[in-house]
Design a protein around this ligand. Structure first.
Ligand code: C2E
Ligand code: CA
Ligand code: CA
Ligand code: CA
Length: 280
């Protein structure tokens, strides 16, 4: 039995080493991907509840290693965050998304706002507002063309410095949204202090909204709270007409989800917007 214990420890040890080696390999591959342009963005449109106008898109990061399948963000963003690589990757996302918005505009696809996800690391960068400002200017855009999404838990971390930097961004004219709202623990009094303009109702509440009274109640309360505070609500994960109907009835402002469109590569998004606008 003693020997077995030692074997278990050795096995555990070698598994730890394997995990560490794997991390280092992935980190190297992520650096490589950034250097060689193997990241790309997909874009998911956002619709007004009333009239179903497309008013914005959310940029969603993808990793496309050559000759391999596309890697979804949940499989590499956590490591990018742990290693701090999310900072240069995130800077690329901001610049690429804004460049794309400018390209669409020149092609006659206008009236879109670009929403970009920010991670905690990026919010600790003092030069973030300057970096974003420069990118906006370089692409001939206005700050109001951009919305930044931060999750509740990111916004709640180190509240003082976060509020400082978010306020700076807001004062530049950039819109801010709280992502995945309802899944973290934001105190409502703190929410009042954040310089935000939108809440994104997490898709876990939207999924069963028409069959689960608790989810419906949480959604209704969130929408009513948001409106009281002068904020708009974006529902994420709208997958079908029942959710659309319920959210419209509850007065939700904007909708995003597979019911309308999956996230699309830039050319497909352009086609989608043109077709939608031609037929609605
Ligand atoms: P998120 O910000 O909450 O993004 C929404 C996710 O929901 C996206 O997953 C989107 O594809 C998915 N989605 C949209 N509509 C529906 C629907 O109707 N049903 C369902 N089941 N899912 C839907 P995705 O693209 O895999 O992104 C996952 C997460 O990765 C994002 O969650 C965000 O937290 C993170 N992420 C993506 N891009 C970036 C980025 O550029 N920077 C950072 N820091 N995080 C990013
Ligand atoms: Ca988001
Ligand atoms: Ca979200
Ligand atoms: Ca999420």
């Amino acid at each position: 039995a003693k020997g077995e214990g030692r074997n278990n420890i050795q096995l555990f040890d070698s598994r730890l080493n394997e995990a560490a080696a794997m991390r280092v390999r992935t980190e190297t591959r992520l650096r490589d991907a950034l250097e060689h342009g193997h990241f790309l963005l997909h874009y998911q449109p956002q619709f007004t509840t009333i009239g179903e106008h497309i008013v914005g898109v959310e940029a969603l990061l993808r990793w496309q290693p050559p000759d391999e399948e596309m890697v979804p963000p949940n499989q590499f963003i956590p490591l990018a965050e742990d290693t701090g690589l999310i900072v240069p990757i995130g800077a690329w996302v901001i610049d690429e998304a804004l460049a794309q918005l400018a390209r669409w505009r020149s092609a006659g696809i206008d009236g879109l706002r670009m929403s970009i996800n920010l991670s905690a690391h990026q919010l600790r960068l003092r030069e973030l507002p300057r970096l974003i400002g420069r990118s906006i200017e370089q692409h001939g855009l206005q700050p109001a063309d951009l919305e930044l999404e931060v999750t509740e838990s990111v916004a709640m971390r180190d509240p003082e410095s976060t509020i400082g930097i978010l306020t700076q961004l807001r004062d530049m004219g950039i819109a801010l949204a709280i992502d995945d709202f309802g899944t973290g623990y934001s105190s409502l009094s703190y929410l009042k202090l954040l310089p935000i303009s939108r809440l994104k109702l997490d898709r876990s509440f939207v999924h069963d909204i028409e069959s689960n009274p608790n989810d419906a109640a949480i959604s209704a309360a969130t929408i009513s709270l948001a409106h009281t505070l002068g904020l708009e609500v974006v529902a994420e994960g709208v997958e079908g007409p029942a959710q659309l109907g319920m959210l419209t009835q509850l007065g939700c402002d904007l909708l995003q989800g597979y019911h309308f469109s999956r996230p699309l590569a830039a050319p497909a998004l352009a086609d989608f917007v043109r077709d939608w606008r031609a037929s609605h």
